[in-house]
Ligand binder design. Structure first.
Ligand code: FAD
Length: 388
């Protein structure tokens, strides 16, 4: 049977479902995505994670035994897309800085221009006026300007012939599909779809968006961004978990974060905190950790002369990072549900964009081994994506 006679069904139209859909379309499979909610023009819904990413291409807050390999494949695909000038992708010179000593994570091996930070670094770098940076590193890193990248991804899916149907799918309906294999990218609701208990581990995250603010650049003209973890005595959750703040410039605005507050959801999808934060203030209608504004305000003023008070168009929101069902782990595997084989792709935590392509390739590999289809080359997928 040729690929064009082999329909593929994907459940979920977030970044995972659409990236998976594109990879299958690129190899000639007809793809239909079923989604509970429309991926565009959607009002705030913290249960639909793809309305929220900041979106750095860094594997923060996600766990999987093969995380490094998945990230490496994803990051190299982002590099190819960037070469093709895919809309909304930019390359920043990014700093990860700490007010205490921290080991260097393994993923940094694959980041271009990696350098360990030291205070004598001759180009402009982010620093807080009164909290000393004890350690850190910097590298070149891709960022997705979400209001541009996500619609472009969706358009590419449709342009390649993909179909999107807005319909909630129940477990018993999986057997009705005219497809041997179904791909489960329903994220928070993915376990329920395959008949497993609902026990989500969620890290709630807050984002501020500041409009019309210029991006900080260094003397070489590179766009700068940072994550800064000052130490628990300055910024932590009520349970004492160290938090970081970040500033990610985009084409017309800045994303300021962040927080990672552990919790779960009840059966109606209501937030139940396990960890919380007491030092908050209301910004643009949302209760937000005070330090997101305070630490970023000081760093931006001290390092780049950017005074946040001059930019009054500020918006806030809080979304959920889904870490896994019962335990914190990304899940890519297959399961028999009724007469169908379901390939799972869920639990992306704080890195669903970062790992979007890497997870799609893992799904494709699993699909090929389950169906006896020949192993594919990433280049075949790349070739189907136009230059921009
Ligand atoms: C504050 C915050 C900051 C973040 N920052 C970053 C970042 O910097 N970098 C990064 O890589 N990631 C980041 N993330 C994480 C990222 O947003 C998510 O990992 C990613 O969006 C997950 O996408 P997804 O497609 O797997 O799931 P979702 O976007 O949640 O999509 C799930 C889809 O499944 C559908 N669905 C569910 N159940 C059913 C059903 N029964 N039938 C039909 N459809 C169904 C939904 O309608 C939806 O279309 C951040 C997240 C938050 C909250």
């Amino acid at each position: 049977m040729s690929n064009k006679d082999f329909p593929v069904i994907v459940i979920g139209a977030g970044v995972s479902g659409i990236s998976v859909g594109i990879t299958f379309l690129a190899l000639g499979f007809p793809v239909t995505i079923y989604t509970k909610e429309k991926p565009q023009n959607n009002p705030a819904n913290p249960l639909f994670s793809s309305l929220y990413p900041a979106a750095s291409i860094i594997p923060h807050t996600v766990f999987h035994p093969r995380l490094n390999e998945i990230f490496r494949a994803s990051n190299s695909f982002f590099a190819q897309l960037h070469k093709k000038r895919f809309p909304g992708l930019s390359l920043h010179h990014h700093f990860e800085l700490f007010g205490f000593h921290e080991p260097i994570p393994e993923y940094t091996k694959w980041m271009d221009n990696f350098e360990e930070f030291d205070a004598s670094y001759s180009l402009s770098h982010p620093s807080h006026p009164s909290i000393q940076t004890q350690c850190g590193w910097m590298f070149n890193c891709y960022f997705a300007d979400w209001s541009i990248y996500f619609p472009a991804l969706l358009n590419l899916f449709l342009k390649l012939g993909g179909e999107i149907v807005t319909q909630e799918i129940k477990t018993r309906e999986l057997t009705d599909f005219n497809a041997e294999v179904i791909i489960n990218c329903a994220e928070i609701f993915a376990p329920q779809l395959i008949g497993e208990p609902f026990s989500p581990v969620i890290y709630k995250g807050h984002l501020l968006t500041v409009r019309d603010i210029p991006a900080p650049k260094d003397k070489l003209g590179r766009i700068l961004s940072y994550n800064f973890t000052p130490g628990t005595e300055i910024y932590s959750s009520d349970n004492g978990l160290a938090m970081d703040v970040y500033a990610y410039p985009r084409s017309t605005d800045f994303v300021l974060g962040g927080s990672r507050l552990k919790g779960t959801l009840d059966n109606s999808g209501n937030w139940i905190p396990i960890d919380d934060i007491s030092d908050t203030q209301i910004i643009a209608g949302e209760t937000v950790p005070t330090q997101i504004l305070e630490l970023n305000r000081n760093i931006l003023s001290e390092s780049f002369g950017i005074e946040l008070s001059k930019y009054p168009k500020i918006y806030s929101k809080a979304g959920y990072r889904y870490m896994g069902n019962g335990e914190e782990s990304l899940r890519i595997d297959s399961k028999e549900v009724g007469s169908k084989t379901v390939i799972n792709n869920f639990g992306h935590g704080g890195a669903g964009v970062t790992l979007g392509w890497g997870c799609a390739f893992e799904v494709l590999n699993l699909f090929c081994s389950l169906t006896g289809k020949p192993v594919f080359e990433q280049n075949q997928v790349l070739k189907a994506i136009p230059g921009y």
